[in-house]
Every structure is written in C-alpha cells, then in structure tokens.
Design a protein around this ligand. Structure first.
Ligand code: GLN
Ligand code: ZN
Length: 761
C-alpha cells in the first residue's frame, strides 16, 4: 500500500483564528490559558481533517504560536542572553514572544531576533543566534504535549521537526572567529534526547526537514550531514529526512546514503530526480515522493501523475509514500470558503484542505484500490484541467503574438545614460543633490475607511475619487512647502503595491480568504495570475496627471515592476515564470508610454522583490537575472531620453547582483542604506556603477526624526564613493506606515541636509 502523508499543515486557521487569538493575547484582551486553548483546538481540528481525508498519519510538530524555526530554538534552549538566563526549566511562551516581537505581556522588552525569509518562500523565520561555547539542553516540553493530544485521536502520529543541520544552517554566528558547525554535537545531543522521548511516547516515524540539502553546500556542511545522521542512527524512532523546494543535485548521493529510514524529495520542482534517487536508494528505505504542489494553488493533474508515477510504484512497491512537495504552510487553507468564485475558476484550484484529498486519492489510484468516488474525483480533475487548458480566460492570442514579436531593441533605451542624463537635466532643471521620496505617504485611517466604503459600495466612484484627489492635493501641497525637488502623488489609492495593479490588469484573480502566513500573526493574500496578462485601460495616469496639474515641479509616476508583481503572486504553472513576467512587463510598458504622453517626466518602477526571486542554486542565478532584467527593461525602455526612469529596491545585499542592477539601466536607483552606514555603496563603487543613486538617508521604520547633521554626514560618506553629480537625497523606503506628524519634520530635516550639502559641494 502506498502511504499518504503531508509534511505540515497551515496553522493559522481557515478564519485566521490563530492570528486573532495571538493579537488579542498580545493586547491583553485574552489570557494565556485562552490562547493555549485556541491553539489546542486548531491543532485538533487540523488533525481531524487529516484523519478524515484518509491520510495514514496525522502530522504533529508543525504547529507554532509564532514560527516553527523558533520552536526548535526553544526546544534546544537557544535563547539569547538579552531575554534572560534559562539554565533550567521550561522556556515560557512570553519569552518566545519576546524573542519574536521584542515584547510580550510579561517579561522585560528586549531587541527582537532578526527575521528573514525561509529559503525562497515569503514565509519569514526567526534567525537562531549562535555563539562560541553555547550550551544547549532540552528546554521545552511542548512537542511532547502535542503528541499526547494527537494520540487521543487514536490515529498514527508522525512528528515533523526542522532537522539539526538545517537549523544550524539557518542560524547566524554571533561571536568572532566562530563556526556554527562547532555546535553540531551539542545540537545532536538534544535531538537524540528528543527522538528517544518521542519513541517512548509511541511515535514510530519522525520527519526531519533538511531543505538545506537542495542548496549549494560547502564541503564542511556536507560532512556535517554525514556525521550528524551517523550519530542519530541509534535513534529508536524511524527517521524520514525531508528535502524540498528543489532538487538534490550534487547532494543526491549524500542524501540517499544517509543512514536513515526514509527520504522525502520534491518532484514538483525537480521531477527529473525521481529515477536517479530510486537508483541510489538502499532497499530498506522508503521514498516519500512530493508530487502534489505545496507552493501553488492549482488543482493537480491526477491522471498524469498516476501515469508518471507507475514506474516508481513498480520499483518501490510499499516503500513508496506520497505527499505534497513541501509543508502546506505556503498555501491558503480551504477553497470551500471561497463561495464567491465562479465555479469554473474554482474548479481549477486546490488549497491545503483539497491537497489532502488529492494526496490520498493519488495513493489509492496508484495502488489500484481506487473507489468509485476516487474515479469520479479523478474524472472531475481531468475535466477541470481540460477546461482550464482551453479557456479563453487563459489564452489571449493578442498577448501571445505581442510576446512573440519582442525584439532585443524593445528591452533597451534608445540612447545611453550619458546622452539621456543631459536631456533629463535640461528638462527637469534639478539642483545638485536633488531630493525626492519613494512614493507613498501616510495611509491614514480615513484613507483606509474611504477605500473600505468604496469597496462595500457605500461610497460611489465619483466621491471616492474626490476623496483620493483631496489626499493627493494635500500631499503635493506639503511636498512643495517642504521644498522637495521631485514630487510623488503619494499612492493614497493603493491598498497594496501588487494587489492594486492586479485588480486593474486582466489575467489576475483574487480570493476572499486565501490567506497565507507571512510571519507570526501576519498573513498575506497573494493574487492569482490565472491567464495571459494584459492592460485593458490605463491604471495610474489619472492620479499622476492630477498630481502634476497641481504643481510646476515634476511628479514621478509610480509603478510596481514586473518581477515584483510576479514574485508576490501565485503564478501560472502552465508556462515558464519568465513568460508570465514578460506579459506583465508589456502591460507596464504601455503604462509608461501613457504616463509619458500625459506629460509625466519621471517614472519610478519599483522592484523590491527582484533579489528574493533568486533561485536557491547559484548556477541558476544568471538565467533568472537575465530574464528579470529583460522584463524590467521591457517595461522601462519605451521611455524617451528625456523621461527619467527611477527604480527602488529595499534590501541590503547588492554585492552579488550588482552587475544585473546596473544592467537595469535605470536613470536613478533609490535604495535602503541608512542602517548600513553607506557601506552598501561599496558594491556600487567597486562596480563603478554608472548611473544616479539615491542612498536612503533615514530609516523609515523608526518613528524618530533624523538629525540634519547625521544625514549630511551619511551623504558625505556616500560622496566619497559616488561622484556628487550622481547622488540623490531620499528616505530609505515609502512612508505609508508613518504619521504625517513624523513625516513632515523628517523631510524638513532631509531637505535642510540637502541644502547644506549644496553649500559644501
Ligand atoms: N513606492 C512604494 C512605496 O513607497 C515602494 C514600496 C516598497 O519599496 N516596498 O510604498
Ligand atoms: Zn522600499
């Protein structure tokens, strides 16, 4: 029999119960007992769903009040000292919240742990802090308690836990001259204890997630894998090492030869590895095949999968397990909540709850023990797929022919930067150290209320427009009073920088409850790119033109770039990502052309997600960067010489992608730098970055008003690296999360800093 299981389930709850309960607890509206009860009831509900779907295990250990990586840090007692000393006893919930958020209902506030993206997902984990001589111990009983809860269902329990090597891999070294692999033995001792305890509780299988195995590993880390799993081989529980988000590549031998009882591989991202893995797998091991897409929301082609897995089934027999490719944490919970989607479109989708059924059905189909219901389910899936394949909603001949007609010239500005900058300087008449902002101004409660009323039909279109125009007028007036050089309209009409464009483009769809956990209690609802993307009508022109009509100063048009729109959406799985990205780029290209025709002299195309789109393997970087750059250029290059193209990025690592940043050939790039003391500009200097740069001079995440002298000093540091004629003065990022009471004095100081710089240079 083919065994069906999952690597993990979303814990947030179909109605975001966990988000609401956690936030209520942080605000002292409910007590800890109530929060714990809410957590327990969500776990029970999710296990019951897994059991009812017919999975062979319920998976325990995927629940977390904040983050599953943090949970392992707590299990190992890896609590940084600023949160107190925890040499013995259980680490309490509030300490975990202080690590995650800096504060909790009890305990002293302290600086929260750093948060960063989990591999190439939009899920953020809390980075383990590691230092020389760190002592670890089994410091949390939570996992064992959850196992007890699950056992009361009288269904087999499998425990899922982040593996020891990947936990270390994700950690950050906090002492000098220290290699975090030095802690491996210490980590393994505790893992050994955990595994023994779980076995005592009657747990037969423990899944250890080791997604680091799909990345390029230094030799020492490959050796660490061998020695780690050699140490754990005496574990009384059976171990399933889980890899996902990509293929094993050069780690295939290593992964298949680990002395464990089973391996999970991702055959959605890397279908080609299946037969090679089977070739290399010892005959006593099980292979869990991750064949259902855990990263996307499309319904599975069960018939095709049944056929393509026949060979694996024949070779592995009962050693074949089936699962989604990775934890279902990365998809929304339940499609059946989407009562407002039309039935055709809905039939193309599967969320976490539906993926349970797909997994179980596929297992039975492969075994030849399918019920009539399974056959009907399969037929329905095939029908849905056929309808998706043929739908006019997906294939737009006009988009296809436009894509086919792209030439290399379309992705290149007509003239070089040196020619363009002359035309732009003449037209814009800017001073040295021109000042600007990144786009958004405060999204006040009134703005959000107006949008809600508009969406609910309580505010008509005309009144909504008047409200937004009033906001724009205020923003323009304030910028003029502050003396900024290049203005923005302030983006009051935008709920979100991707959703706003998705709603206006053809080819996008939206769910009502399609929430996915991003970090802690924060969830996002990514748009779905269903079909060919096109722009039925201009999207931003009216707002920009209105703003421009109010002032003699140039107002920047403001667009979200194609790569960022792609990256922050669920993307089609029936064509390469780059094809979808090109379609978006062409739609934006039309917008650039229209903005320009409407008299807009500078246009910013934001690409904050360009870097996070980098593949997990370095040898795939260049191919990605090439098409990402091409897409940006396709959108931008239609602009005439005298139209200044800006871009904006807000992350702090440019070193390894600086050549591609330069290849974007934006006339001006504004970046986040204030917290790095301008050291970030080293990469630009070393590369002799040729175009203009606005290194952010103050951190918009902080409510503090920056000092003039401090910003002047930062810019002086910038001027040591970049010629002053090519420097701009601007904040780190958009200002939508701030109050006007913070924004006005901060920008006033920023303009004063620019004036001082002009006096000096
Ligand atoms: N123009 C956007 C804003 O100012 C950019 C946001 C971002 O970089 N994430 O809000
Ligand atoms: Zn930004």
């Amino acid at each position: 029999m083919t065994l069906a299981h999952i690597l993990g389930y979303p814990r947030i709850g179909a109605n975001r119960e966990l988000k609401k309960a956690s936030e209520a607890y942080w605000q002292n509206k409910i007590d800890q007992a109530e929060l714990e009860a809410q957590g327990a009831s969500l776990r029970a509900r999710h296990w019951r769903e897994q059991q009812a779907a017919g999975l062979d295990f319920v998976t325990v250990g995927d629940f977390a009040f904040y983050d599953q990586v943090l949970n392992v840090s707590l299990l190992l007692g890896a609590v940084p000292e600023r949160f107190g000393r925890f040499d013995q006893g259980e680490i309490d919930l509030d300490t975990s919240f202080r690590m995650a958020r800096g504060r909790a209902p009890s305990g002293e506030p302290a600086a929260a742990c750093e948060m960063t993206k989990y591999f190439d997902t939009n899920y953020h984990y809390l980075v383990p802090e590691l230092h020389a001589g760190q002592r670890l111990r089994l410091a949390s009983e939570r996992l064992f308690g959850e196992v007890e809860e699950a056992r009361s269902l009288r269904h087999p329990v499998k425990v899922a836990l982040l593996g020891p090597v990947t936990w270390l891999w994700l950690g950050k070294e906090k002492s000098e001259d220290f290699d975090r692999l030095e802690l491996l033995d210490e980590v393994l001792t505790v893992y050994g204890q955990v595994l023994s305890r779980l076995a005592e509780q009657g747990v037969e299988w423990v899944q250890l997630d080791e997604p680091a195995l799909v990345q390029d590993l230094p030799r020492a880390w490959r050796q660490a894998y061998e020695s780690a799993y050699n140490k754990l081989r005496s574990s009384p529980a059976k171990l399933l090492v889980a890899t996902y988000f990509g293929g094993l590549g050069d780690n295939l031998q290593l992964a298949t030869s680990l002395p464990v009882d089973g391996l999970h591989i991702d055959t959605v991202r890397a279908p080609e590895q299946l037969s090679r893995v089977i070739d290399n797998l010892a005959p006593y091991k099980v292979l869990s095949v991750g064949a259902i897409d855990g990263r996307n929301i499309w319904r599975t082609d069960l018939a095709a999968l049944r056929d393509s897995l026949q060979d694996a089934k024949a070779r592995l027999g009962d050693r074949l397990w089936l699962a989604p490719s990775c934890s279902l944490l990365h998809v929304p919970v339940d499609l059946s909540a989407e009562t407002e989607l039309d039935t055709e479109f809905k039939s193309w989708l599967a969320f976490a709850r539906q993926k349970l059924d797909e997994t179980v059905t596929l297992a039975r189909l492969l075994d030849g023990r399918a019920t009539q219901e399974d056959e009907a389910y399969l037929a329905e899936a095939s029908r849905a797929l056929a309808s998706r394949h043929e739908s006019t909603r997906i294939h737009k001949p006009a988009v296809a022919s436009r894509l086919a007609a792209i030439t290399p010239q379309d992705a290149r500005r007509a003239s070089t930067y040196f020619q363009r900058t002359k035309a732009q300087r003449q037209r814009l008449d800017l001073p040295l150290f021109p000042t600007t902002t990144i786009g958004s101004f405060p999204q006040t409660g009134e703005i959000r209320a107006a949008r809600r009323a508009f969406k609910a039909g309580e505010l008509n279109h005309k009144d909504y427009r008047a409200r937004m125009e009033a906001e724009i007028a205020v923003a323009v007036e304030r910028q003029e009073a502050l003396g900024l050089d290049v203005l923005v309209h302030g983006e009051p009409e935008r709920n979100d920088m991707v959703e706003y464009f998705g709603e206006l483009l053809e080819g996008f769809a939206f769910t009502r409850f399609g929430w996915v956990q991003s970090y802690g209690s924060r969830c996002v609802k990514p748009p779905i790119i269903v079909g060919d993307v096109s722009r039925p009508a201009p999207m931003t022109i009216r707002w920009s033109e209105y703003a421009q009509s109010l002032t003699q100063k140039p107002v920047k048009g403001m667009l979200t770039g194609p790569v960022t729109i792609l990256q922050w959406s669920f993307v089609r799985d029936d064509q390469p990502r780059e094809a979808t990205c090109r379609q978006i780029a062409l739609a934006l290209r039309d917008e650039v052309e229209d903005l320009e025709a409407g008299g807009i002299q500078a246009i910013q195309i934001d690409e904050p997600a360009l870097r996070e789109g980098l593949p997990l393997r370095q040898d795939e970087w260049q191919a990605y960067l090439d098409w990402a750059v091409e897409c940006f250029q396709l959108a931008a290059s239609v602009a005439r010489d005298e139209t200044q193209i800006h871009t904006h990025m807000c992350y702090s690592e440019f070193n390894d992608i600086i050549a591609s940043i330069a290849a974007l050939d934006a006339d001006v790039i504004t970046i986040e730098t204030s917290r790095s003391d301008m050291e970030l500009l080293d990469a630009f200097q070393e590369f002799s970055y040729p175009n203009e740069i606005g290194p952010g001079v103050y951190d918009i995440h902080s409510p503090n008003i920056p000092e003039v002298s401090w910003m002047v000093e930062l810019m002086e540091k910038a001027a040591q690296r970049i010629p002053v004629e090519r420097l701009w003065v601007n904040p780190d990022c958009g200002l939508k999360t701030r109050d006007w009471s913070e924004v006005e004095p901060a920008l006033e100081a920023m303009v004063a800093a620019a004036q001082e710089l002009r006096r000096r240079h």
